[in-house]
Design a binder for this molecule. Structure first.
Ligand code: HGY
Ligand code: MN
Ligand code: MN
Length: 412
């Protein structure tokens, strides 16, 4: 039997599974559209749970559709868990989320082939609706798992297409019999692409993720009055389209003025009636604010609310905010961060500590067990884009560090 220290994942096998899963919801340019609880999600779930069963994992599905593949240990007890998500944004890449789940399956295959049974059980999970692109909040499945969102509230969440989570779970047959929150891990390590420019720009192979920034999502419903574009003087306009645009410009200026790590994004904007010669009666827009500093994030929220109040009065429109998601910054477990760092060093890979700009299921699991993340570089920092790309050798390096970090946690 090969010594444990020399164990390495099989990069070809990992790439083959990534390529196979990427065919489910494949879109032009090598990307993936697999929105949560869509037909593509159903197909992806079937493929991945099939692989879990082929690897001898005991598959459990909970009431929000989270899927857990458990590998028995020499002893019973809470498993050391890894995993991520297989839902994507509409113009997603093939690595976001999928890589963390398939990296976990590759770890299981290496241990199976080496005839190794760890002291603690291992588990590979994928959580429902991490992206939040169709149903908010994001990280929904893992948030329900840790008790941060009541199951009933999650099931009632209505998507951008009007469907509810509960109805879509039933439609694709993704809900399972296991009560949510059943499996409480001993520890959780998530493998994920960075989705930002840091590692690629610095030429560093891996990231030991020690924190994750705060996230504030809201929808603004702006109501004015439709009117004729050619006959209505400026002073009589109650133009929801103009106000939406002014909010977007304000947000960019706000992020620039606040500096630090403040980010602001208007990703979704719908006008009604959305016609060339009609002043928009309504505008519905989303605002994504992020900051590593919770006090600054609250300041950004306050300044946006103040601007909305002022421009609503000036333009004689109403602006009704609706909170979609709100998560404070998270600090991961220093001991696991150090383990990831030391493991990368032992395997000969460069690594640096960093925070995560993106939200991840790990930020929810950190509420119930020691948790950290491993990042691999995103070429050009591109993600949530069909051009998302990570070099196979970097994908393999990340999975090797996951293998040995999980082994260390499962034997400790
Ligand atoms: O929005 C995020 O950061 C994650 O992709 N859900
Ligand atoms: Mn992700
Ligand atoms: Mn994502």
């Amino acid at each position: 039997m090969s010594t444990v220290a020399n164990l390495r994942i099989d990069a070809g096998r990992l790439m083959a599974r990534l390529d196979a899963l990427a065919q489910v919801g494949a879109i032009e340019g090598g990307g993936v559209c697999r929105l949560a609880l869509s037909d593509e999600d159903r197909e992806g779930r079937a493929l991945v749970t099939g692989w879990m069963r082929d690897l001898g994992l005991a598959v459990s599905v909970d009431a929000i559709g989270n899927v857990f593949g458990v590998r028995p240990g020499r002893e019973d007890g809470p498993p050391v868990m890894t995993g991520s998500h297989i839902d994507t944004v509409r113009t997603g890449g093939r690595y976001d989320g999928n890589y963390g789940v398939l990296g976990g399956l590759e770890v299981v295959e290496v241990l199976n082939r080496a005839g190794i049974t760890t002291r603690r059980p291992l588990a590979v999970a994928f959580f429902t609706n991490e992206e939040g692109a169709r149903f908010t909040p994001d990280m929904m499945g893992s948030l329900v798992h840790v008790g941060g969102l009541p199951l009933a509230d999650a099931l009632a969440a209505r998507g951008i297409d009007g469907a509810t989570v509960g109805a879509e779970l039933a439609r694709i047959g993704a809900a399972g019999p296991m009560p949510v929150g059943t499996i409480r891990p001993h520890a959780f390590v998530e493998l994920h692409i960075e989705q930002g420019p840091v590692l690629d720009r610095e030429g560093v192979t891996l990231g030991a993720v020690d924190s994750l920034q705060g996230i504030s999502w809201q929808e603004l419903a702006i109501a004015g009055q439709s009117n004729h574009a050619g006959t209505t003087p400026l002073r009589l306009r109650r133009d929801a389209g103009y106000v939406a645009a002014a909010v977007a410009v304000f947000l960019r200026d706000l992020a620039r003025a606040m500096g630090g790590n403040q980010l602001a994004t208007v990703g979704k904007l719908d006008l009604m009636p959305n016609l060339i010669n009609v002043i928009a009666a309504r505008a519905t827009m989303t605002v994504d604010l992020r900051n590593t500093d919770e006090t600054a994030l609250q300041e950004a929220e306050r300044r946006l609310a103040g601007f909305c109040e002022e421009i609503a009065a000036r333009e004689e429109v109403t602006i009704v905010p609706r909170r979609l998601a709100r998560f404070e910054p998270v600090v991961f477990d220093p001991a696991i961060v150090a383990l990831v760092e030391a493991t990368a060093g032992r395997l000969g890979h460069s690594i640096r500590r960093m925070t995560s700009g993106a939200g991840h299921d790990a930020q929810m699991m950190a509420r119930i067990c020691p948790t950290a993340m491993i990042f691999t570089p995103s070429v050009g920092g591109l993600s949530h884009n069909v051009g998302e790309y990570t070099r196979p050798e970097d994908l393999a390096a990340g999975a090797d560090v996951l293998l040995h970090a999980l082994l260390a946690l499962a034997e400790a």
